[in-house]
Ligand binder design. Structure first.
Ligand SMILES: Nc1nc2c(ncn2[C@@H]2O[C@H](COP(=O)(O)OP(=O)(O)OP(=O)(O)O)[C@@H](O)[C@H]2O)c(=O)[nH]1
Ligand SMILES: [Zn+2]
Length: 400
């Protein structure tokens, strides 16, 4: 536990300095266990327990629980007070962005307001790389038969969903078209289609095998492209924090290896016949890149595609939202209503049918997710109270 870190390589910047309580030491959470965390401070790696204030806050609202990516304040402990640790985790510094599952909304100023039931999966992520392979052997869901040669099979709906999630978290999405070497013909078409599906989002091809485009990815992490409002005041060269989302076999681990310059993650040989990878496992939750910047990769983040994204959906489909403002009726369903600007755009070809359907599907899904999360939490709550009541009855019986 001795290697030390230059905190700016972990993304520490001046604005955070001002938020640090007196007498505490800054650190970044690399991993969380029950009631404790592994953190990186300038002095090295520490295992720290949550202090009383952190535990109390988390009992009121799980969103207050420290999570991977959090900047935290450590309080020194004297050796007698706590054997086995030199610090305790005294406070979580305000988050700039957060991947949250369930029960939390973002207020108008971008802050998080929990309803006591959400869970933060990763905090202070600046960039979300959405990896989509340039080709794959299987036709997209619902499409039967062999794909015509030269026509790409990128899943635009999936890209839209992941970009929506990125916006929802407060981070900036960047779409990476992986394995471009397997599909040079038609790559321009693919890039154009993806750009149309994710307006306002950078789209780059990146080949982890030849290294082409990897520097561009790195540049997004090294502050060269960091322009988000939440970063104003930050040193321009501050190292960025990223997550990589995308389907299994998209080449996420290979890309992280290429960025890190070493095999931090195990990748498997491509199955030559179909270009699809086999599932690979994660070995570390936070990968610190040599040139600065880091990648957070946790099981929770890997499943993030399943979670709530209602605001993000509105943003990724801002073109449709804008069109809808031109509809005659404010509650227009965009089907057969008179004066529907969305239908007009569809007829003129300005709006692809696929995109409107994707929007409808994701909105339905986001709504369904929200109700399902609520239902699950309600039943968990009921179960918890049943246990508590049972224990109260039992301890009542045992009383002399
Ligand atoms: N041709 C080519 N193959 C690549 C490229 N990048 C990755 N691959 C291969 O694609 C396969 C899958 O890559 P991984 O990095 O394991 O994919 P992943 O997205 O991490 O997959 P999961 O861990 O299952 O989520 C591996 O066999 C890689 O060698 C690329 O740029 N070009
Ligand atoms: Zn309409």
């Amino acid at each position: 536990m001795s290697s030390s870190f230059d905190l700016s390589l972990l993304g520490w910047h001046d604005r955070l300095e001002a938020l640090l309580p007196d007498g505490t030491v800054p650190a970044r959470v690399a991993r969380v266990h029950r009631g404790a965390a592994e953190v990186l401070s300038a002095g090295g790696e520490h295992h720290v327990r949550f202090g009383a204030r952190v535990r109390r806050a988390a009992a009121d609202d799980p969103v207050a629980l420290p999570c991977v990516g959090d900047w935290v304040a450590l309080s020194p402990l004297d050796a007698a007070a706590y054997e086995g640790g030199r610090y305790e985790l005294a406070a979580v510094l305000p988050r700039t962005t957060a991947f949250v599952r369930g029960g939390v909304s973002r207020d108008s100023r971008g802050g998080l307001s929990g309803d006591g039931q959400g869970q933060v999966l990763a905090a202070n992520v600046d960039v979300v790389f959405v990896a989509e392979p340039s080709m794959r052997s299987m036709p997209p869901e619902g499409v039967r038969g062999v794909l015509p040669p030269g026509k790409h099979s990128a899943d635009l709906g999936r890209i839209e969903r992941l970009v929506a999630l990125a916006w929802e978290s407060g981070a900036r999405p960047v779409v990476l078209i992986t394995k471009p070497d397997l599909f040079d013909l038609g790559l321009d078409d693919l890039l154009a289609d993806v750009a149309a599906a994710a307006p306002g989002v950078d789209v780059h091809p990146v080949c982890s095998l030849t290294g082409e485009g990897v520097d561009l990815v790195r540049a997004h992490l090294n502050g060269a492209h960091l322009t988000g409002a939440h970063l104003t005041g930050a040193r321009s060269a501050a190292a960025g924090t990223a997550v990589v989302l995308g389907p299994s076999g998209a080449g996420k681990s290979t890309l992280v290896n290429a960025l890190a310059g070493v095999d931090v993650m195990e990748t498997q040989q491509v199955r030559a016949a179909d270009g699809r990878g086999r599932h690979t496992t994660v070995h570390r939750e936070m990968i610190i890149l040599p040139g600065g910047g880091l990648i957070i990769d946790t099981p929770g983040i890997r499943r993030v595609g399943l979670y709530d994204m209602s605001d993000g959906v509105d943003r990724v489909f801002s073109d449709i939202e804008e069109l809808a403002e031109g509809c005659r009726f404010s509650d227009c369903g965009h089907t057969a209503e008179p004066g529907c600007a969305v239908q007009e755009a569809l007829e003129s070809g300005e709006l692809p049918e696929r995109r409107l359907e994707s929007w409808r599907r994701l909105r339905r899904e986001a709504r369904w997710m929200a109700t399902r999360t609520d239902a699950r939490l309600r039943s968990e709550e009921t179960r918890k109270w049943k246990i508590i009541h049972k224990e109260m009855r039992r301890s009542g019986r045992n009383r002399p």
